[in-house]
Design a protein around this ligand. Structure first.
Ligand SMILES: C[S@@+](CC[C@H](N)C(=O)[O-])C[C@H]1O[C@@H](n2cnc3c(N)ncnc32)[C@H](O)[C@@H]1O
Length: 340
């Protein structure tokens, strides 16, 4: 099953692939990247998005306002919905997505379907067919198709400062810098209510530094036990657990950002059986120093319509003027393996 069906704005040819836990992911020709960590698409939704959302912070019966940037196959949507409704929380959900085809392909896949309750699948079917859904337990949502950069300025005014969760699951900054620009991340930051959280798998220095420039406080998502690095994001190119960061126990699984300081004991809500808990921890000294290197130079897209190549090229030029050390020097200092 390979698809190049005609879609208005699309991610090019999509090739189905299996992650290590058997769950479906897709490889996008346009972005030259898989939609999920090779270690497991289902596990990634749980460990990097749903558990760090800290759903147990909210009183039973509360309605959560959620923006999901990049709906893709719908793993994060389904996992969040099931976890929220399991906690007696309702969602007011809005998804932004370029291409409806990934969700269609997921709904046609037996393994994908096997992860979710029938009610959840019906919601994803409604989204696929009508662009909006309503659950029998009071949650509702809709998506807006097209380039998210055009949709962000059109969000309802009442969402500004009132969003409980923003899930940011774009392709990596190297392949899709347009969704990690200072302008996009600042717009997302403005949506958050004071204790709201932006969740992402990404721990890239540019993204973390930009989230700080947007006024947010950061925490690193880590596995609570020793077995953490499998789902780690490749930006930091391979953990070296003999290095000085080994004391932290494992590698970052991603980043949580909030207007308020973050901390958190083991988070388990939304984790499927067999997934260990995750914790939110302050950035380590190594991670903080990474934000001072040239790798932390933000992506910029002031007009909101630059191509990925133009955004990358302009950033490379600014990096040449950056006063910080090179990422390779930082890597050597921290005795990290992998690319510089
Ligand atoms: C990593 S995948 C998302 C995976 C998804 N969260 C899931 O749970 O399956 C990235 C998604 O971003 C979408 N995308 C790429 N560029 C976009 C843009 N400019 N605006 C909105 N969506 C975009 C792609 O179509 C793709 O579905």
């Amino acid at each position: 099953m390979t698809s190049s069906a005609c879609r208005p704005e699309a991610s090019g040819r999509l090739e189905p692939r299996r992650t290590a836990d058997g769950s479906l992911t897709l490889w996008s020709e346009r972005f030259s990247e898989c939609f999920h960590s090779a270690a497991g698409a289902r596990a990634e939704a749980a460990q990097k998005f749903v558990a760090p959302a800290g759903l147990d912070r909210f009183a039973s019966g509360r309605r959560l306002r959620v923006l999901e940037l990049c709906v893709g196959l719908g793993y994060n949507t389904a996992a969040l919905l099931e976890a929220a409704e399991g906690q007696d929380l309702q969602l007011e959900w809005l998804g932004l997505e370029l291409d409806p085809l990934p969700l269609q392909l997921a709904l046609g896949d037996a393994d994908f379907r096997s992860h979710w309750h029938d009610d959840t699948l019906q919601i994803l079917e409604q989204l696929n067919q009508r662009g909006a859904w309503r659950s029998c337990r009071g949650s509702s949502g809709s998506w807006r198709l097209g380039d998210a950069r055009r949709q962000l300025p059109l969000l309802p005014a009442e969402w500004i400062g009132r969003c409980d969760l923003v899930l940011h699951d774009a392709f990596s900054p190297g392949h899709c810098p347009e969704l990690w620009s200072l302008e996009v991340l600042a717009a997302l930051a403005r949506l958050l209510q004071p204790e709201g959280r932006l969740l992402t798998y990404c721990s890239a220095a540019a993204v973390r530094h930009t989230l700080e420039l947007a006024g947010l406080q950061l925490a690193s998502i880590r596995a609570a036990g020793p077995a953490g690095p499998d789902l780690a994001e490749p930006d930091l190119a391979g953990p070296d657990l003999t290095g000085p960061d080994a004391g932290a126990g494992n590698w970052s699984l991603g980043t949580v950002a909030s207007p308020m300081p973050l901390c958190g004991g083991p988070a388990t809500i939304g984790l499927p059986a067999g997934s260990g808990p995750v914790v939110l921890q302050p950035l380590t000294a190594m991670e903080r120093e990474h934000l001072l290197t040239r790798a932390a130079e933000p992506y910029r897209d002031p007009d909101g319509n630059a191509t990925a190549a133009a955004i990358q090229a302009a950033r490379v030029e600014r990096q040449q003027q950056h006063p910080g050390e090179s990422t390779s020097a930082w890597r050597r200092r921290w005795r990290l393996a992998g690319r510089g």
